[in-house]
Design a protein around this ligand. Structure first.
Ligand code: GLU
Length: 444
């Protein structure tokens, strides 16, 4: 069974970039009838906050990306100890005693000679006695994973195609700090094994981590998962903007963005598929395909999101939005008003126009006479299936008016507005009694 995971650190709210990663992992799993797991990467107790864990869960629910399971790294320290001990036993993890300054100096020397700043494995060469000496001097070691220089690192990336890394050109990564705390790499690989993750889909900033982790999977006796790395998201101006890095569900929701719009945009941004106002999740799932992903950065444009939102709002059925609408606003009103909205929260403004009171403009004498004729027609003709067309049809014959002269004063008198939803749908919602009152008031 295909299993994907989304692994945020709860050090802040989700932003558009990691919402996109979550969505793609959810889609990858659902497309194949698989599982989508949430892994809370909270090994850093200092920076992790419970409120962010809750916010991440709530944001995923709002987006319709409920996980099929959840793990927390802070509850798995025992597993990391065990994995660490086994790798140490196998000679794949070794203690190092260099200070940050010493390491920095080594780097500078190599760079100064025009060489890549690869860790020289000096600590690997230390003998038992030298190590004991360091420890006796009170130096606690940090720990590195020993790469196997003879095993070329290769994988067929789901987006980037065949990848090849030479481990001899990479530094043995530090996996644990001197204070015993964990760096992200080893716990993540171990979690992926124990959670049965089959597919890791993440940003291309993780490509070199993947190279290192592939050897960790192998050292732990596991087959590495499939990997795919997507191009990063940039702002419309082409660089990773501050705004994008903080723009999250709360802001978008506040701005009237519907989850369907965000999902429709982020599912296809950076792919060869067209961004379309698709409100049906099944259609998004069905069309999701890693082979459509491009290598160029995906550009996120807030204006495009709002345009897409409007198109999606025009399609949303009443049942999906009823809880977001003003008290008393029913399906017919939603269908009448929907085409005029960019955001659902604007529905309240139009609903007030239907329920009244409205303020019509001051009309000239001739128009007032016309509105009196309209009121008389409405009073006399009854109120059929389609009162608007009956009314305007009759007025056209009796007054000779047509086009704007026929329609606009009626709209203004009935709604107080020059534009708005289709009057044929609005008039029945206003109702006969109220419509008559509004026409008479405007004609006075
Ligand atoms: N917590 C890591 C991050 O947010 C997870 C990366 C991964 O998907 O492995 O970068």
């Amino acid at each position: 069974m295909v299993t994907t995971r989304f692994a945020p650190s709860p050090t802040g709210r989700l932003h558009v970039g990691n919402i996109r990663t979550a969505l793609h992992n959810w889609l990858l799993a659902k497309k194949q009838g698989g599982r989508f797991l949430l892994r809370i990467d909270d090994t850093d107790a200092e920076r992790s906050r419970e409120e962010y864990v809750e916010a991440i869960r709530a944001d995923l629910v709002w987006l319709g990306l409920e996980p099929d399971g959840e793990e927390r790294q802070s509850a798995r320290f025992g597993h990391y100890e065990a994995g660490f001990a086994a790798l140490r036993e196998a000679g794949r993890i070794y203690p190092c005693y260099e200070t940050a300054q010493e390491l920095e100096l080594k780097r500078k020397v190599l760079l100064g000679r025009g060489l890549p700043p690869i860790y020289d494995r000096a600590a690997l060469a230390l003998g038992e006695a030298e190590r004991a000496e360091k420890e006796a001097a009170g130096i606690a070691p940090h720990w590195r994973f020993r790469l196997d220089h003879d095993a070329a690192i290769e994988w067929d990336d789901g987006i980037r195609g065949p990848q090849h890394f030479n481990p001899a050109q990479m530094s043995d990564p530090v996996v644990r700090r001197a204070d015993g705390s964990w760096l992200y790499m080893l716990p993540s690989a171990l979690d992926d094994i124990e959670m049965g993750v089959t597919d890791v889909l993440r940003g291309e900033d993780h490509v070199s981590n993947t190279a290192l982790q592939i050897q960790m999977f192998e050292a732990m006796g596991a087959k590495p998962p499939r990997f795919a790395h997507e191009a990063l998201l940039t702002g419309s101006e082409g660089k990773l903007s501050k705004r994008l890095g903080s723009l999250g569900v709360a802001d978008l929701r506040e701005a009237g963005i519907e989850p369907e719009a965000l999902v429709a945009l982020l599912a296809r941004l950076g792919t060869s598929l067209p961004v379309e106002p698709i409100a049906e999740r099944e259609v998004i799932v069905e069309s999701f395909d890693l082979s459509t992903f491009g290598r160029a950065p995906a550009r996120f444009d807030e204006a495009e999101l709002h345009r897409l939102n409007a198109q999606i709002v025009h399609r949303l059925p009443f049942a999906r939005v009823s809880h977001l609408l003003p008290q008393g606003m029913g399906e017919a009103a939603w269908e009448a008003i929907r085409p005029n909205l960019t955001h659902i929260n604007e529905a309240a403004d139009w609903w007030r126009i239907i329920t009244g009171p409205v303020e019509a403009p001051a009309f000239d004498e001739e128009t007032r006479a016309y509105l009196t004729a309209a009121a008389d027609t409405l009073a006399g003709d009854g109120w059929g299936e389609d009162p608007w067309h009956a009314l305007t049809g009759a007025l056209k014959t009796t007054t000779g008016r047509k086009g704007k002269a026929l329609f606009l004063p009626l709209r203004q008198a009935l709604t107080g507005m020059d534009h708005g939803p289709d009057m044929a749908q609005v008039l029945p919602l206003i109702g006969r009694h109220e419509a008559l009152a509004r026409l008479r008031a405007a004609a006075r």
